[in-house]
Ligand binder design. Structure first.
Ligand code: HEC
Length: 205
C-alpha cells in the first residue's frame, strides 16, 4: 500500500507526516507502473469542499433519522433502526456525491465498519492528539492513488445514551438491546468530547 499525506489542514504537521512517511517506507509500492499523482491545488480545491459537504449531509441524515426514531419509538427501537439503516442511508448519500462515505472507530459496534490500514493510522494519530490535549481536525491522504478525506467524530451528550458509561450515562434499555444485536460491542464507555471515530470519504480514482 502506498499512503501519501496530501494536505494538512491543521498545523500539527510533523507527527502524521512522519507516521505516513514511515508507513510508506515499510510498505514499498508494488505498483511501479502506476502514474505518480501530482498534488495540484485545483484537486484540493475540488475535493475538500465535496468531502466536507458529504459528511455534513451524512451527519444530518443519521442524526435526523435517529432523533425521529428515539422520539417516536424510544432508544431500544432506535438501536434496531441503526442496525438496519445506518449504512444503507450512508450508501444513498455516497451515490449522490459519487464518493464512498464510511464511519469507523478503534472501538467498534458493527464489525462492518472495521478500519483499513490508513484509517487505523489516522485513528491512532487522533488518539495521540487527544492524549496530548491537542486538537483533532480533518486530514487528507492519497492511498494507492486514491484521495481520501478523514474527519474526527466527536461524542456529544446525547450520544452517551447509546455509547456512554454503563450504570451511568448509558441507557439501560439501549444497553440490553445493544448486547442482543452486537454481542461483541466495544463502543461504550465514552464521555462527551471524546473522539468516537472517523468519517472517511473515499473519492473515485
Ligand atoms: C439510539 C442509540 C444510538 C445513539 C443515540 C447514537 N448511536 Fe452511534 N451507533 C448506534 C448503533 C446501533 C450503531 C451501529 C450501527 C450499525 O450497525 O451500522 C452505532 C454506530 C456508530 C458509529 C460507527 C462505528 C461503529 O462502532 O460501528 C459511530 C462512529 C457512532 N455510532 C457515533 C455516534 C455519535 C457521534 C452519536 C451522537 C451524535 C451516536 N453515535 C449516537 C447507536 C446509537
Amino acid at each position: 500500500m502506498n499512503i501519501k499525506p496530501l494536505y494538512r489542514i491543521n498545523k500539527f504537521v510533523l507527527p502524521l507526516v512522519l507516521c505516513l512517511a514511515l508507513f510508506s517506507c515499510v510498505s514499498n509500492n508494488p505498483n511501479k507502473g502506476e502514474e505518480v499523482k501530482v498534488y495540484r491545488v485545483s484537486d484540493l480545491a475540488q475535493i475538500q469542499p465535496v468531502a466536507i459537504d458529504a459528511i455534513r449531509a451524512s451527519a444530518a441524515t443519521l442524526s435526523n433519522a435517529l432523533s425521529t426514531t428515539i422520539d417516536t419509538a424510544g432508544f431500544k427501537e432506535a438501536i434496531a433502526y441503526c442496525n438496519l439503516n445506518a449504512n444503507h442511508l450512508l450508501n444513498n448519500i455516497s451515490e449522490e456525491y459519487g464518493v464512498t462515505i464510511k464511519r469507523t472507530s478503534s472501538q467498534l459496534r458493527n464489525a462492518a465498519n472495521t478500519p483499513s490500514d490508513d484509517e487505523q493510522l489516522i485513528l491512532d494519530f487522533y488518539a495521540s492528539q487527544e492524549s496530548l490535549g491537542k486538537e483533532c481536525v480533518g486530514e487528507m491522504s492519497v492511498v494507492d492513488g486514491i484521495y481520501k478525506y478523514y474527519q474526527p467524530i466527536f461524542v456529544m451528550d446525547n450520544c452517551t445514551k447509546c455509547h456512554g458509561i454503563k450504570g451511568e450515562t448509558l441507557n439501560k434499555k439501549a444497553s440490553k438491546k445493544i448486547a442482543e444485536l452486537y454481542p461483541n460491542d466495544q463502543a461504550t464507555g465514552y464521555e462527551a468530547g471524546d473522539v468516537r471515530g472517523l468519517w472517511v470519504v473515499t473519492f473515485k480514482k
